[in-house]
Design a binder for this molecule. Structure first.
Ligand SMILES: NC(=O)c1ccc[n+]([C@@H]2O[C@H](COP(=O)([O-])OP(=O)(O)OC[C@H]3O[C@@H](n4cnc5c(N)ncnc54)[C@H](O)[C@@H]3O)[C@@H](O)[C@H]2O)c1
Length: 598
């Protein structure tokens, strides 16, 4: 196949890579695979020899795995030369610098490259958190300097952030994006700001998770499980911090805080402590978790974790569910499928019957999809009794309330339940944004009241946040934790404060994304693409906001801001504007994207 000669389609035929460590070696191989000549440059002869050996090894591994043929490997290696003289970069059209993350080192190298390379050569830095502008200022050609931020591991990760400073010429950024595309990568455009798109959004969230752990609001296992199961993230935040390196995370956050002065970016004190103690994460064998050995991904179970001592729970045979909406119906399904007798209580018999009909439909869908047998469907339905009389809940051992998200409505219901339910019955609320304690104090038995925050759709989502107030009795918490396990849900424990675990970590991140858009830092599509490809998220932040609903998101953000009074948590004005304009997301056909026209 003959390659196109159009320099815009296939820019930079010879590329120098300075620094062949983790990133540089990966970049060198990716560039050589695209058919380009690569001039690899290391600090000295020894490190050059080591780099060459590493490249030989990784490509041999690629052959073993069938990713490339032995012949392709030979050709690829023939295109790479490795030495220790920076002046060999003079023959390149593009130089990519991948030396350690130190500003002075990078500036020295750029000043040298500026002297060595012809005026038209483009110089790119691989920095994660340093200022590209300050690196460019070490040269006499800032218009030909930009950032090319690859992700680790380079062969696997498709994303490349193409970082323009205010001085970078647009055609240079375009050529760099075309180059990235030609390597089989997906470029997104970013401006020069600490963290760029992905880390700018990711690290603020990781920092909040570290703070949450530090304040002992929840255990490390529960924080990680909550974000994996509640949001479908590939890894929990604390496990991810261990993978990235606690020291690296702290450096990135320091750089972000330097620029933003946003307290949410100020590294959580625990990060500094871990770094000072040499507990840098997987690479040192211990960080938030303890690993079998330095570099190992295998966690030693229980090591360093808080040992929970649990009292025995109460017996639960009959469950009451109040409400007739999506959550109530889903929760009824969960209990009925697990074999519990369920009383489905709504404001009228008609509403209760309607909810049972919805349940029947949902079970029918499961049968059609082969997930449930007809017998199981019939057995589950037979266990559910719809009623328009709350007094029927007198015999329930546990009542879960899933009525409207309105405190007055919930308090009234709890006062009613207090009169009806037998002594010792557990009363649970599914609220996602109201204080559980306010439901508890509407009763004369606050010790029996607890939060059970299910996720939508309840039958499918494995997570339940179990929210104990300061008054919840320990055996009530045990009862609900045991019950979750019996209905095959994964419970995580937390205290009664706004957002619990998931929303308190998720919504500030979504809000940061809106702020990024509002500041014209990056586009909706670029931000969504960056988070999906850079972090392996199932959806980008704007896709998720449009699904959740902008009004619902705004309410949660307001509740979080009201609770913590953190200036950085104030809802982005753009979100408020869109809600005021009636653009609520998919449900109205328009949110951050126009769904009607798609
Ligand atoms: N590791 C990651 O996950 C990751 C991801 C994206 C970007 N980055 C960024 O990429 C850059 C490189 O990071 P890394 O993880 O590959 O580091 P690394 O320590 O693995 O590699 C750096 C390499 O540079 C070489 N080097 C040092 N001084 C040199 C000099 N004067 N001339 C030539 N080579 C020199 C070292 O010998 C080493 O091989 C950093 O700016 C980092 O922030 C890293």
């Amino acid at each position: 196949m003959t390659r196109s000669q159009d320099p815009m389609e296939r820019p930079f035929s010879t590329v120098a890579v300075v620094g062949l460590g983790t990133m540089g070696a990966g970049v060198a191989v990716a560039v050589a695979r695209s058919g380009r000549r690569v001039i690899g440059i290391e600090a000295n002869g020894d490190s050059a020899a080591r780099a060459l050996a590493r490249i030989a090894e990784t490509t041999a591994h690629d052959v073993e795995r069938g990713r490339i043929t032995a012949e392709e490997r030979t050709e690829l290696l023939a295109r790479i030369t490795v030495g220790d003289r920076l002046d060999t970069a003079a023959a390149a059209d593009l130089v990519i610098e991948e030396v350690p993350e130190q500003l002075e080192l990078k500036r020295e190298i750029f000043a040298e490259l500026d002297r060595i390379c012809p005026a038209e050569t483009v110089l790119a830095t691989g920095t994660t958190a340093l200022s590209v502008t300050r690196i460019a200022a070490a040269t006499s050609r800032p218009e030909r300097v930009l950032g090319l931020h690859f992700f680790n591991p380079v062969p696997v990760m498709k994303l490349v952030e193409v970082v323009r400073t205010v001085l970078t010429a647009p055609q240079v950024a375009e050529a760099a994006a075309a180059f990235a595309r030609d390597l089989g990568k997906e470029p997104v455009a970013a401006g020069d700001r600490a963290g760029f798109v992905v880390n700018g959004l990711l690290f603020a969230y990781l920092n909040q998770a570290a703070s949450m752990f530090e304040s002992k609001y929840a255990t490390r296992e529960d924080i990680d499980a909550a974000m994996r199961l509640g949001c479908g993230l590939p890894m929990g935040p604390l496990a991810l911090l261990d993978l990235i390196g606690v020291d690296t995370a702290r450096t990135v956050l320091e750089a972000m805080y330097e620029q933003s002065r946003d307290r949410l970016h100020a590294p959580a004190p625990i990060l500094g402590q871990l770094v000072a103690a040499g507990l840098l994460g997987r690479k040192s064998g211990r960080g938030f978790y303890t690993y079998e050995a330095p570099g190992s991904s295998r966690v030693v179970p229980g090591a360093g974790g808080a040992e929970a001592v649990r009292v025995a729970g109460r017996d639960v045979r009959t469950v009451g569910v109040c409400g007739s909406g999506t959550m109530a119906t889903g929760i009824v399904e969960v209990f009925a499928k697990a074999g519990y007798t369920v009383l489905l209580a709504a404001r009228s018999q008609q509403k209760a019957d309607g909810a049972k009909a919805q349940l029947a439909k949902s079970l029918e869908r499961s049968v059609t999809k082969g997930r449930l047998s007809a017998e199981q469907r019939d057995a589950a339905l037979a266990l559910v009794t719809p009623t328009g009389l709350y007094t029927d809940l007198a015999e329930a051992d546990l009542v879960v309330e899933a009525v409207a998200e309105d405190l007055a409505v919930k308090r009234e219901l709890f006062a009613t339940l207090d009169k009806i339910c037998r002594p010792g019955a557990v009363l649970a609320t599914t609220t996602s944004s109201l204080p559980v304690i306010s439901c508890a104090t509407a009763t004369s038995r606050p010790q029996d009241v607890i939060g059970m925050h299910f996720f939508n759709p309840a039958p499918a989502m494995k997570l339940v946040e179990v929210v104990s107030t300061v008054l919840t009795a320990p055996d009530v918490t045990s009862t609900v934790l045991d019950l979750c396990a019996k209905v095959r849900k994964h419970p995580v424990e937390c205290g009664d404060r706004a957002g619990f675990i998931v929303n308190a970590l998720l919504f500030p991140y979504l809000n940061d994304a809106v702020r990024m858009l509002q500041e014209h830092y990056a586009t909706v599509d670029d931000i969504d693409t960056a988070m999906k490809l850079g972090c392996g998220y199932p959806m980008g932040p704007f896709e998720l906001l449009d699904v959740v609903g902008l009004d619902v998101s705004l309410t949660i953000e307001q509740v979080l801001h009201q609770e913590f009074r953190e200036p950085g948590l104030a809802a982005a004005p753009l979100l408020e504007h869109l809600v005021a304009a009636g653009c609520l997301g998919r449900k109205t056909g328009r949110g951050f994207r126009d769904h009607a026209r798609r």
